[in-house]
Design a protein around this ligand. Sequence first.
Ligand SMILES: [Zn+2]
Length: 101
Amino acid sequence: MTECRRCTEKVDREFRYCPWCGAPLRIKVTELFGGTDGKALRVSRYFGHEEQEPVVRMSVWSEELGRHLRAEAAVSLTEEEAERLARFLDEVPAPDEAQTL
Ligand SMILES: [Zn+2]
């Protein structure tokens, strides 16, 4: 168990966001999205705190033969651009829907 910094409720550590007030419980969350070509997209979301601005960092990873994943390129998006990206992905119709139009 941990304590939410905003509302001070006790929260299970596996939560990313406080179930009581919605505040992020971690400074950073990361997801790895598998690509179709053996590469992967890693998205790290750094939540702002005190003087640090929130930022979304995206990096392209590839697996070298017999080695671990390695970052090829990275870009950092402001919170505004990350929200624009989320809206862009949200607006695109699912492939099944697109085929029936
Ligand atoms: Zn809370």
